[in-house]
Write a protein that binds this ligand. Structure first.
Ligand SMILES: NC(=O)C1=CN([C@@H]2O[C@H](COP(=O)(O)OP(=O)(O)OC[C@H]3O[C@@H](n4cnc5c(N)ncnc54)[C@H](OP(=O)(O)O)[C@@H]3O)[C@@H](O)[C@H]2O)C=CC1
Ligand SMILES: Cc1cn([C@H]2C[C@H](O)[C@@H](COP(=O)(O)OP(=O)(O)O[C@H]3O[C@@H](C)C(=O)[C@@H](O)[C@H]3O)O2)c(=O)[nH]c1=O
Length: 301
């Protein structure tokens, strides 16, 4: 039987690494991992790694021409929200222009494009959100991801958009941390932290996100899908849950709110996703937050 060739962008990232780990367990999938620079995955069997900087159109054209993927799962992005606010040109070049380059390559080679997007396209006034709710970004990062979505939707290719929320997990040689690792590291070091009580999210285990992205790619399910965790929590509640699971000193965690906790880029206060469509159409079902912490913990020790 002809294998389905799936190419991943940003395979060195948190989601990228979990996707490669998942896809190599699928005999009917031929996995092409791509990223800028060297491969940072700690294993090399079951997939092929090809260096591909998505901001280099020649590189994209060369790799697509050689590989002709059936599906691309596009995870690569500038994901530091505050950096996007400070470096708008670099953010737009990576999150929007490079997506347009991938769209052109997909059009040329009839490749199905799955864009990974975010809850930050919403303004956070009325979460949890469904796929057909009105986007209204309030950060430059959110605007860049919304622009990428619009480029995909207005193209002539076959496409899907997988939106997710506050991803947590542990991978190899990570470029950025995430809330569970940050809380655990801080408390391990006996450092007091202030955590916000006025943001609401449905935090997403990276492995669940990878599974959701795989379900879409494998079925080439068209349209927009909300793929996140199912527990609706504030970062403060997430921090307490992490302290409880790891047996750390919760007295080091103190509540704060947006008035006292200022970040360069505004965050949408109340997001989170309604998972009805993904459950019904894809058969997607995520772990609970507690189960997610347990899975992450199993990879630390
Ligand atoms: N993390 C989160 O909380 C959320 C993430 N998302 C979306 O999910 C997707 C994946 O996020 P996540 O895995 O957490 O992000 P990461 O930052 O872990 O991974 C993004 C990857 O993109 C790579 N990258 C950067 N520039 C280029 C380039 N020019 N060419 C190829 N690759 C490049 C980075 O490489 P390098 O490692 O070398 O820097 C990095 O590995 C993103 O699209 C993000 O917008 C959506 C909602 C929440
Ligand atoms: C550093 C810090 C974070 N927090 C809270 C705020 C925030 O909700 C949460 C995570 O912190 P960050 O600011 O790093 O997270 P943030 O940049 O908001 O994460 C975002 O990343 C991009 C890629 C997305 O697409 C969004 O879905 C979202 O996950 O922890 C505190 O309460 N106190 C702190 O000192």
């Amino acid at each position: 039987m002809e294998k389905k060739k799936i190419l991943i962008t940003g395979s060195n990232g948190l989601l990228g690494q979990k996707l490669v780990e998942l896809l190599v367990t699928k005999p009917h999938i031929d996995t092409i991992a791509t990223a800028r620079g060297g491969n940072r995955l700690p294993f090399s069997n079951g997939y092929r790694y090809i260096e591909m900087d998505i901001t280099d159109p020649q590189a994209v054209d060369r790799v697509f021409g050689a590989e002709r993927p059936d599906v691309v799962i596009h995870t690569a992005a500038m994901t530091n929200v505050d950096q996007c606010e400070a470096e708008k040109d670099a953010c737009w070049k990576l999150n929007v222009t490079a997506t347009e380059t991938l769209i052109a390559a997909c059009a040329k080679h009839k490749t199905f494009l799955e864009l990974v997007s975010t809850d930050f396209i919403f303004d956070g006034t009325s979460g949890p959100y469904r796929e057909d709710d009105e986007p209204n970004p309030i950060s430059f990062y959110g605007w860049s991801k919304f622009a990428a979505e619009k480029a995909v939707v207005s193209s002539s290719i076959e496409w899907a958009i997988a939106r997710t929320v506050l991803v947590y997990g542990i991978a190899h040689d990570m470029s950025r941390s995430n809330i569970i690792l940050w809380v655990k590291k801080s408390l391990d070091e006996g450092k007091a932290i202030k955590v916000v009580t006025d943001q609401f999210r449905t935090p997403t285990l990276a492995e669940d996100l990878a599974l959701g992205c795989y379900l879409i790619a494998d079925q080439q399910a068209k349209g927009i899908y909300h793929i996140s965790g199912k527990d609706f929590l504030t970062p403060y509640e997430m921090a307490l849950a992490a302290a409880d699971y790891f047996g750390l000193d919760a007295s080091l965690i103190s509540p704060t709110d947006a008035s006292a906790f200022s970040q360069p880029a505004r965050r949408p206060p109340r997001t989170g996703f309604d998972l009805s469509k993904s459950r019904e159409v894809l058969g997607y079902e995520p772990h609970s937050f507690r189960e997610g912490i347990e899975i992450l913990a199993g990879q630390i020790f």
